[in-house]
Design a protein around this ligand. Sequence first.
Ligand code: S3P
Length: 169
Amino acid sequence: MDNIILIGFMGAGKTTIGKLLAENTGRTHVDFDEMLEAEIGCKIADYFAEFGEAAFRQQESELLKNFKQDNHVISTGGGIVLQPENRRVLQSLEPVIYLKADPKVFIPRLQADQENVRPLVLAKTPAEIEAVYRPRIPLYEASATFTIDTANLTPTEVVEKILQQLDEK
Ligand code: S3P
């Protein structure tokens, strides 16, 4: 079975939805951030602090390019669409699903998440987080096969919507 790839901003629910979608479609879930942390041997926030964002992006691109297994649901990191090279890879794959979320939902979620500290959100105001998010919207849209608007939906409802869309294709 083809992989299903989830893209979208931090806090949009890519990991939660990815796990549920994997269960529902008989695929294995994989989270690129977790794979990267296992490879680099430390937390992403620590890697950013020591080596910088560009080095992290390089690692992320390598992971995407070299992932050759089938039958997975892949939850990507929110910045994967920033590299033109990654967008080209994503555009060659299908289905790539953009989980679109409302800043009113993801900003408080990100600020409350002590477990997973995102370096690009740390110490930022809501307006500054929105300023990271806005320019990415066209990049998510350009990389996706289709978009699911998650506003007011539970994770189960999001998964149902995805399954409907996949059947239609
Ligand atoms: C990032 C998103 C994070 C992680 C890193 C950078 C981003 O992943 O890859 O902190 O630039 O949007 P999540 O979207 O899973 O939080």
